[in-house]
Write a protein that binds this ligand. Structure first.
Ligand SMILES: CC(C)(COP(=O)(O)OP(=O)(O)OC[C@H]1O[C@@H](n2cnc3c(N)ncnc32)[C@H](O)[C@@H]1OP(=O)(O)O)[C@@H](O)C(=O)NCCC(=O)NCCS
Length: 174
């Protein structure tokens, strides 16, 4: 029988542990998971193939009308099947229903899969900024307005803080 994909909200300790294991299994170079921060997420979704957790995605801890997407992982054997896109759309739908006005997310410059996943879901590139961790990494910032007429720059002023923008083409001429 074809396995069934379901997306459900994490509620139990076992759900949170399953999501944490998925996040810790990430194959790219990421910083260690802060499990206490994950536990405070506004929303944590798990994707299940029958009884197997194969993906997760969250709206990170915080409050108010601007919210951050994060913790999106699909287990390596289950990628390019639309699971990441389903997790992203489900989080967008949840945020809209909560009255959240603007979503934002950050993606490391080299993470093409994640960037394409956001752009495909209708997100806009907001800007490249240097990582606040002082690593010299470029982080791409993306936004998705959930209503019209927003002053995106004003709403993003808080999350962006005093990060340094990376200006394309600002290096020495060849
Ligand atoms: C990013 C990630 C969650 C995508 O999950 P996924 O289930 O494979 O994504 P989907 O199958 O839903 O793909 C949706 C779209 O995203 C884009 N995409 C996904 N993987 C891609 C890849 N490797 N290269 C280019 N585009 C990709 C495509 O546009 C794709 O649509 P298509 O398959 O119709 O072309 C997955 O690659 C992953 O877990 N990566 C490691 C963890 C990570 O980087 N998380 C994000 C941190 S910001």
């Amino acid at each position: 029988m074809t396995p069934t994909l379901t997306i459900s909200q994490a509620t139990s300790d076992a759900d949170f542990a399953a999501a944490a294991d998925l996040i810790d299994s990430r194959d790219d170079n990421h910083h260690p998971l802060d499990r206490a921060a994950l536990a405070k997420a506004r929303l944590l979704l798990l994707a299940w193939l029958d009884d197997t957790p194969v993906g997760c995605g969250a709206i990170k801890a915080g409050e108010g009308e601007v919210a951050e997407l994060g913790y999106l992982v699909v287990a390596s054997g289950y990628r390019r099947l639309g699971i990441g896109a389903r997790l992203t759309q489900a989080r967008i739908d949840w945020a809209s229903a909560q009255g959240i006005k603007l979503l934002w997310a950050t993606v490391r410059a080299e993470n093409q899969a994640s960037r394409e996943n956001l752009l495909k879901a209708g997100w806009q590139f907001y800007g490249d900024y240097l990582s606040i961790r002082g690593t010299g990494n470029t982080i791409g910032w993306y936004v998705l307005p959930l209503m019209q007429g927003l002053d995106i720059q004003a709403l993003m002023a808080g999350p962006i803080g005093n990060r340094t923008p990376v200006i394309q083409g600002s290096g020495e001429p060849d």
